[in-house]
Design a protein around this ligand. Structure first.
Ligand code: ADP
Ligand code: MG
Length: 477
């Protein structure tokens, strides 16, 4: 006799109950209702998009194992998301989504495990016992302590300090920090978030890049879950959105941002935005958003002067436990005037050269390195060069990089190579794809995105990519 969906689900629950902690079981499994069973596909009903994402993220293996025990190898899971607003007029919304962890991949290469297996994964939710907690996505190295104040950033820094002390309760809402690349916008914005978290651990702080916000919005929109997306952001107490100039390419995301902005602002929550231009000069962003950006304080960041550049270099060296003659510090500060990131880059190159050549850092070496550094990438770097460097680094044979293999190490090496090729060469995405056994440009785009996402979430991975980046940079000199 065929089993019913209730029976199958109850059997699964009996196993799961023994494995999962009681509190987790109550939170994540009791609310699930079995809905249907057809051709080895069990449909379970869950109360929200987030619920579904949480299960997919944390329990998919367990669900797969138990269900396969019940129904055999072909077992599949489908989620029915039923959002009941409690309002009699609105019928509950339902949406069926296959459980991705159950998918068996065909022979086609699966190059983007992270992207495919979690299309609407919410990267910000971390497991918590009672209340869902949100990882603020902040990098702890960005603090006020490590942020040097100078004429170039005084207003922004002090406003940031004030906001960090009384988030949402000053007239600096939103606080818009704007200025050119590498001038410290991200650092300052994150320092505010870190400071709030330090003094108010209960405040929900979230840092998000505009690109990530837009991507998430698009994922949710494809899954008819825009309301979930907006509601999620409306729970935040201190929301930092980095590089809002990128909203110019995303009309629909601007509507979501508008709704989120209004809600947060009205409820006395703090918004911190960064941008490469002042709000009045932002193009392609709706006027109603721009006018709101101007409600609070817009503070600009300028290029640091010579004295501040020296201070920044010295701070950096102190933090990293490095020493070098003062004349060298002065020489760098004098010659690198564009922005702080370049300043740091010069310092790193100098250190790299000194350790590579087992040579003390002195003025002569600084001159040599900076001469190359100033006219960056004097040598043309080719895709092949980068491929060889990455293969060396990960100890992956060159031919493997071009073949269709799904081995994780190879996939990852390939994605990083594409990312670096995009970064350091002027080749089109199409050309880059062709250098990897004839893949198309969408593969390259996906790879670059995957690398960026992983760098955001995985410290070890970021280290490797940064190290490789450094090597390519040196090779370009
Ligand atoms: P932006 O977001 O404006 O492009 P970042 O915040 O990423 O710039 O800064 C680039 C680098 O310079 C970071 O490593 C940051 O820590 C450093 N930096 C920028 N401004 C300062 C400062 N005033 N003091 C110390 N480090 C700084
Ligand atoms: Mg930035």
């Amino acid at each position: 006799m065929d089993k019913t969906h209730e029976k199958v689900w109850n059997n699964c629950l009996a196993i799961i109950k023994d494995i999962v902690e009681w509190q987790h079981f109550k939170t994540w499994f009791e609310p699930i209702k079995p809905a249907a069973l057809k051709d080895k596909v069990l449909t379970i009903q869950v109360p929200s998009q987030f619920f579904y994402e949480y299960l997919e993220e944390h329990y998919v293996n367990l669900l797969a194992k138990t269900l396969k025990r019940e129904l055999g190898k072909e077992a599949r899971l489908e989620y029915r998301i039923m959002v009941d607003s409690g309002n009699e007029k609105n019928k509950p919304l339902t949406m069926d989504i296959p459980g991705h962890g159950f998918k068996t991949y065909s022979n086609n290469e699966m190059d983007f495990p992270l992207v495919i297996s979690n299309p609407v994964k919410n990267p910000f939710v971390i497991p918590g016992l009672k209340k869902m907690q949100i990882d603020p996505q902040l990098n702890p190295i960005y603090s006020f302590e490590s942020f040097i104040e100078g004429d170039c950033n005084r207003v922004a820094r002090r406003a940031g300090k004030t906001v960090a002390e009384k988030p949402g309760a000053t007239s600096f809402n939103p606080l818009v920090i704007y200025g050119g690349v590498g001038l410290g916008k991200t650092h300052l914005a994150q320092a505010i978030g870190n400071e709030v978290k330090r003094s108010n651990p209960n405040k929900v702080v979230l840092y998000v890049s505009s690109e990530k916000f837009i991507n998430q919005f698009q994922d949710h929109s494809r899954n008819n879950a825009i309301n979930d997306f907006i509601h999620f952001y409306q729970m935040i107490d201190v929301l930092v959105i980095d590089d809002v100039q990128f909203f110019n390419r995303a009309e629909k995301s601007q509507d979501a941002l508008f709704a989120i902005f209004n809600h947060l602002h009205q409820s006395g929550k703090q918004l911190i935005l960064t941008s490469d231009k002042s709000p009045k000069d932002l193009e392609g962003v709706q006027e109603r958003l721009l006018s709101r950006f101007r409600w609070g304080l817009s503070a600009d960041m300028q290029v640091p002067d010579y004295e501040t550049r020296i201070e920044i270099l010295e701070k950096k060296m102190k933090n990293d436990g490095l020493e070098m003659p003062k004349e060298v510090v002065k020489y760098i500060a004098y010659n690198i005037q564009s922005n702080v990131r370049e300043l740091e880059g010069a310092l790193i190159s100098l250190l790299a050269q000194s350790s590579l050549n087992k040579r003390e850092i002195d003025l002569e070496l600084a001159k040599k390195v900076l001469r190359n550094f100033v006219k960056t990438s004097s040598k043309e770097i080719t895709i092949e060069t980068i491929q060889k460097m990455v293969c060396d680094y990960f100890d992956v044979p060159y031919e493997r990089l071009l073949q269709k293999t799904r081995k994780r190490e190879v996939v990852q090496a390939r994605q990083i190579t594409m990312y670096l090729a995009k970064l350091f060469t002027k080749n089109s995405l199409k050309t880059i794809g062709e250098h990897f056994g004839g893949r198309d440009h969408t593969t390259v785009i996906h790879s670059c995105q995957t690398v960026k996402d992983l760098m955001d979430t995985d410290g070890m991975f970021r280290e490797s990519v940064m190290e490789l980046q450094q090597k390519v940079q040196l090779a370009a000199m």
